[in-house]
Design a protein around this ligand. Structure first.
Ligand SMILES: Nc1ncnc2c1ncn2[C@@H]1O[C@H](COP(=O)(O)OP(=O)(O)OP(=O)(O)O)[C@@H](O)[C@H]1O
Length: 241
């Protein structure tokens, strides 16, 4: 049986300010899997995320979400279905409760105390933190809070952009386990941009290697040990040295 794709890109082009960034990118992300995206700085990884959750629109080609063209989705529905967590957790100046409730308060609803406690519990944060100011949390706690906030929308796909790169090893490991738990429990498709090849190998079931706005090589993450493409081989060697 062939795999279903959560996201499929077909010959996607995108440019900004006269600068060509995504240049005929074709590839797919399997539903329910964890795919790591690696590649040199400037390869277009973050831009691809912006295209996949509708923050930017492609110039040509197609992006299919659940086999449906991305422009067939209403923007708010798309952002719920395809959630994003960034390297630096964006926080309101208020309490942890106010921050975790944000997706609901934006639509004029409140998040009851019991649900807020449950949200925090799910990501391994103590309920006592709810009354704390978010700015007083550690980097790892902030990242867990932004994951909890994104989970409120029950996304089918989670786009993670370098979410552990400013954390210490213990917090990094904690977040990796949390993401694997979310993937197993809810079947959420995870697409994780990382500069850490070891993380890509360990957490990624699949891997994408992007360079210069294109997908150069994709497959099971073991491909990083024996890439077929010479450019990928050079990249992996450079990152390991
Ligand atoms: N709005 C813009 N206008 C012009 N150029 C842009 C714009 N946004 C991104 N770029 C350029 O597009 C290229 C790809 O950027 P992008 O952030 O997607 O790469 P990346 O692979 O995520 O890099 P990194 O690993 O450093 O985060 C870069 O050269 C960047 O400078």
């Amino acid at each position: 049986m062939s795999e279903t794709n959560a996201i499929e890109c077909r010959d996607v082009y995108y440019s900004a300010n006269g600068h060509s960034i995504i240049k005929g990118l074709t590839g797919s992300f399997a539903k329910g899997k964890i795919t790591a995206i690696v590649g040199p700085s400037g390869a277009g990884k973050t831009t691809l995320f912006r295209l996949c959750n509708g923050m930017r629109s492609i110039d040509s080609g197609q992006i299919l979400i659940d086999q449906k063209p991305i422009d067939a989705f209403e923007p708010t529905a798309l952002r719920k279905k395809v959630g994003v967590v960034l390297q630096q957790a964006t926080m309101l100046s208020g309490t942890v409760h106010e921050n975790v409730a944000l997706p609901l308060t934006l639509t004029g609803k409140a998040l009851p105390q019991a649900n807020a406690e449950q949200s925090l519990k799910e990501v391994g944060l103590e309920k006592e933190l709810l009354t704390r100011k978010s700015k007083d949390l550690s980097g790892g706690q902030k990242q867990k809070l932004s994951i909890a906030r994104t989970l409120l929308n029950q996304p089918e796909v989670l786009l993670l952009d370098e979410i552990t790169s400013s954390l210490d090893r213990v917090s990094q490991h904690d977040i990796e386990q949390l993401i694997q738990m979310i993937n197993r429990t809810y079947g959420t498709t995870i697409i994780w941009i990382t500069h850490n090849l070891e993380q890509a190998r360990q957490i990624g079931q699949d891997v994408w290697v992007m360079m210069d706005g294109q997908l150069i090589e994709a497959g099971p993450s073991e491909l990083l040990d024996q890439p077929k493409d010479e450019r990928v081989l050079q990249f992996v060697k450079g990152e390991m040295s």
